[in-house]
Design a protein around this ligand. Sequence first.
Ligand SMILES: Cc1cc2nc3c(=O)[nH]c(=O)nc-3n(C[C@H](O)[C@H](O)[C@H](O)COP(=O)(O)O)c2cc1C
Length: 348
Amino acid sequence: MSTLQLGPFQLPNRLFVAPMAGVTDRPFRQLCRQLGAGYAVSEMVTSRKDLWHSLKTSRRADHVGEPGPIAVQIAGTDAAMMAEAAAYNIDRGAQIIDINMGCPAKKVCTKWAGSALMRDEPLAIAIVEAVVAVAAPRGVPVTLKMRTGWCATERNAVALARSAERAGVAMLTVHGRTREQGYTGCAEYDTIAAVKAAVRVPVVANGDVDSPAKAREVLARTGADALMIGRAAMGRPWIFREIAHFLASGETLAPPATADVRHWLVDHLQSHYGLYGEFTGVRSARKHIGWAVRGLPGGEDFRRSMNTIDEARLQVAAVAGYFDALADRHRLLPQASAANDGQIALEA
Ligand SMILES: Cc1cc2nc3c(=O)[nH]c(=O)nc-3n(C[C@H](O)[C@H](O)[C@H](O)COP(=O)(O)O)c2cc1C
């Protein structure tokens, strides 16, 4: 898959991992990159200065050992504060600033940030201009992530994309849902295609890409320059290399070896504890473990059993044991199946 130029950076391919608060922390981003993602945007960081020193924000701004370019997403409602947040993050290593106009979370929307900004185009563009004004002189590209619009009758992504391009954004990502849809319904790709046709900067298509075949279909339908994948990478971060292989060869890559999945997950857990510490790390790792075993034989019981383990050492041993037992029967990772979630135990 060909590279993509983003400002001064040449991204190795066109498959990106989506920013997901509470999920795409540094260890998970690194894992996705290791398994084929060409680019990763960090979880959203608030533009509220009073929160910059909170543990949550400082963990989100942790990029130690992360391969570049380091992309930091910021969210907020005030142009001056957003510009300040951009400068603050650039001073701490951000090489690309992404503005969030795509997040439907209430916490963000009640403060008129995230996708709510799409309803107020003048404010949205004032924010882009203010952020570009501090980022451009430092050689930092500014990107924008948005939805197709506020609601079905206010689908203004094309107008906003054009104004944002004029204001200096270097790349646009469009999630094919309106703000009103949240995560319900299906992503639609016609608006993404219309945005792609309306601007010259690279456009990234996002929403419901969950297989190599879907990736090819969305690229064809939108003409987008790249794809961004979120939920389908949870517990299945090798989806990036599967898509890359399929797009390059037209052939389906075999599932990963079960032993490799064990190894990736154990390594991921170790980096996860490194970032969060043992107490928080063991607890927040449970969701990653749950996604990794979802649909696998005995996976649901195993996921539940994780809630009783409070020590990193024991959590790692249990995960390793689960995958070792699975590898004895399945050299390649078995296909995830909803039917397995009901199983009581690993079959003999
Ligand atoms: C748990 C979760 C957290 C998310 N957090 C963010 C975020 O911080 N910033 C953002 O722009 N989008 C966020 N999103 C939206 C995703 O980046 C993406 O646009 C959306 O999930 C659609 O892509 P998908 O169908 O591939 O998952 C989040 C999505 C999920 C599921």
